[in-house]
Design a binder for this molecule. Sequence first.
Ligand code: NAD
Ligand code: UD1
Length: 337
Amino acid sequence: MSTILVTGGTGYIGSHACVELIESGYDVIVMDNLYNSTEASLGRIEQITGIRPKFYKTDLLDEEGLKKIFAENSIDAVIHFAGYKAVGESVAKPLLYYENNIKGSINLYAAMKEAGVKRIVFSSSATVYGDPVRVPISEDFDVHTTNPYGTTKLMNEMILSDIAAADPEWSVLLLRYFNPIGAHPSGLLGEVPNGVPNNLVPYIARVASGQLEYLRVWGNDYPTVDGTGVRDYIHVVDLAKGHISAVAYALEHNGVEKINLGTGNGYSVLQVLHAYEKACGKELPYKIMERRPGDIASCYADTAKAEKLLGWKAQYGIDEMCRDSWNFTLKNPNGIE
Ligand code: NAD
Ligand code: UD1
């Protein structure tokens, strides 16, 4: 079976992808600098799958460290999750984001080139669509970004496309995630936000657990079903499974593909809040606030390409996403340790 290097493999999405890769029979090597995750994720992956992936505590900015990983292992493909992801922080510290997400990624691509590894699945984001002209969003929509984080995603897409244009043996899958939420149904893996969460579901989870008083709903005057923002929430296990289909495709085909990973369904802030109330069995307080600057009304995916090209389709619904988020929250009051 093929060997896959997973950068950012101890993080939220990466750890779930490791589980699915191992369960699909792949050999998995994880590299992460543990900036936003802990080594304990590896123990959790082992608890679920029975296998602890080989681990390198390496920074993308450490060129020699990267070369060593490729020299010591026969790697068939890379799934590249590692990077910084906080939009607000990227506006305040653009250089930090460009250094980590661009320079770090270029180091990775250079190490791959040197080792002759030419297959990569990259974590992009629906943020590259900016404020879309309509929904659902398909891959041929115009791209433009509104913050440095989004720009690092778009720049990586362009860099990888140029690499593949220069050498047709490369296989590049650019996966544009919509809004990943939820946790592994075992309750062993999930998202552990650093500080007060910015994203909706991690925030609601803290209201449900009593750590935050109420949800601040950012605006209820959008042209949506109930005036609150609509997004395409996708269960992190479905997203992880999308990577298995993507890596299998990358191992068999050359060239570049941009693919949306979403469910194709949009839910409003209040619909998500009510689904979470069902999951945790209590009413959750909220207050309507002003709109959050930079937010858009509605964002959900056209999923036809993922279905056609990868034969992949999300299976979980919003109730299961909230159930698994709450289960993880209850079982891990201090995060993954
Ligand atoms: P995460 O922070 O949980 O995981 C990222 C991992 O990368 C962390 O474990 C962190 O320690 C590691 N990392 C960061 N910089 C590194 C470096 N220089 N060297 C080595 N390791 C480094 O984030 P996540 O939610 O799992 O996101 C994974 C990827 O998916 C990211 O690239 C993110 O931008 C992208 N993405 C996430 C979302 C989302 O909502 N979570 C949406 C769209 C795209
Ligand atoms: C955010 C990021 C985006 C990233 C995506 C997935 C911003 C501006 N955008 O998008 O780049 O790709 O996460 O990680 O940060 N909401 C509330 N109250 C809250 C939190 C959120 O009402 O406390 C609302 C928002 O207004 C939005 C919806 O919930 O309508 C989802 O918000 P969020 O989880 O932050 O995701 P995005 O805005 O889609």
